[in-house]
Design a protein around this ligand. Structure first.
Ligand code: TTP
Ligand code: MN
Ligand code: MN
Ligand code: MN
Length: 382
């Protein structure tokens, strides 16, 4: 991606998409302390409070100065930094930690709820139910509760040779330790290469861009995100439609895809738009790479891989949207709505009054259409 001129951005803006947000900021420890409180609010279902913390944290990530007694005054004037943040920041400056964070980290409730929500398919409200109603505390107890061994073994016995089995909570529990391992950049690239070589066999001309945290410069990712398009604009739409199913089936037959948690086509765009942020065709999958011939004893680990399929008129908004971060993307939407009377999501940019689409021809074009300075991915870590 092209580089950007960060002197044109400002950490004082109310919008993440106008601020330069690096991967690691000078106040990273404070960010991590506040993130515990944010996470706890999320686990407790307190959506508004969680969002308030998300906004404050995003502001701090772009503040280029170390917060000290000298910079505290300037810090207090930043957007989304209020009385609560100031109290906690002062605690952090004098004690080296935030009192509430310490209490949360020591609580059994936080420990269990954060453990439970690490299982794919268990959200905060289910986790609270498991904790409050069923009295569960540990992963071992979840294994018994969901009858993991019986269900996974039965599913393997009746597996369809053509369709990858759906990934449900028992599968997620069995693979939890593996899926929690971080993915190094080299393996992210190997997964991309394997996907592209399989696409090449279906039909030449497909293009794939690694997005997500990898593109923002993370050394280790939690999953692999790839936006897939086709280089021939006149036939691309037809070559993308239905591809999620075609590609996933092929990879399943090769033993690369082991499960699918979500597979979509363009069937229900409106429902999809709310449930999954955009109406792009996608396959959210679990992969396992074939044995490494140079190093056959190397451990093979299951990985989460998100494949997003974009027709030409959606391609660059899909790349921007799926590059994240979540907060950066959130503020692209907010900016488009508040300031430009436009609607932005990964599917495209449209006028709010007639839903007419404005097609972007590059990543920089997305920012230009939205009336924003270009921000390169490594500065989108809001
Ligand atoms: P993630 O893969 O969840 O996050 P990440 O790649 O930033 O970090 P990690 O290493 O933990 O994987 O999502 C990537 C981006 O895609 C995220 O910024 C928001 C966007 N996104 C959507 O647009 N729609 C979706 O349904 C999801 C899950 C994510
Ligand atoms: Mn990701
Ligand atoms: Mn993630
Ligand atoms: Mn992802």
């Amino acid at each position: 991606p092209p580089k950007c001129d960060i002197s044109k951005l400002s950490y004082l803006s109310n919008y993440c998409c106008q601020r330069p947000s690096p991967l690691k900021c000078p106040n990273q420890e404070l960010v991590e302390q506040l993130a515990v409180i944010m996470r706890f609010r999320d686990l407790e279902g307190e959506a508004m409070q969680m969002l308030a913390y998300e906004k404050t944290i995003a502001t701090i990530k772009a503040f280029p100065k170390k917060i000290t007694e000298d910079t505290l005054e300037e810090f207090s004037k930043l957007p989304y930094v209020g009385q609560k943040t100031m109290t906690k920041t002062r605690e952090f400056l004098s004690l080296g930690h935030i009192l509430e964070t310490k209490t949360i980290l020591a609580s059994e409730r936080y420990e269990s709820l954060s453990l439970f929500t690490q299982v794919f398919g268990i959200g905060a409200s289910v986790a609270r139910q498991l904790y409050d109603v069923h009295g569960l505390r540990t992963i071992e107890q979840l294994h018994l509760f969901y009858d993991v061994d019986a269900i996974v073994d039965k599913d393997e016995d009746v597996a369809d040779p053509d369709e990858p089995p759906e990934f449900r909570i028992p599968h997620a529990l069995r693979l939890m330790d593996e899926l929690n391992l971080k993915i190094p950049r080299s393996e992210v690239e190997s997964i991309r290469d394997l996907v592209m070589s399989e696409l090449e066999k279906i039909e030449p001309g497909y293009v794939g861009i690694l997005v997500g945290g990898y593109r923002r410069g993370k050394q280790e990712s939690n999953d692999v995100d790839i936006v897939i398009g086709h280089s021939d604009p006149s036939t691309a739409k037809a070559k993308i439609t239905g591809l999620s199913k075609k590609l996933t089936r092929r990879l399943y037959k090769k033993g690369v895809v082991t499960n699918v948690m979500h597979l979509s086509s363009f069937r229900a765009p409106n429902a999809m738009r709310t449930a999954h942020w955009d109406s792009l065709e996608k396959a959210l999958t679990v992969f396992i790479l074939p044995p490494n011939l140079k190093n056959p004893k190397a451990p093979r680990v299951h990985r989460r891989v998100d494949l997003i399929f974009a027709a030409p008129q959606s391609f660059w908004t899909a790349v921007v949207g799926w590059s994240g971060s979540k907060m950066f993307q959130r503020d692209l939407r907010r900016w488009a709505k508040d300031k430009k009377m436009l609607k932005f999501d990964s599917t495209g940019i449209t006028h709010r009054w007639d839903s007419k689409q404005i097609v972007a021809s590059s990543e920089e074009d997305v920012f230009r259409i939205l009336g924003l300075e270009y921000v390169s991915p490594e500065w989108r870590n809001a």
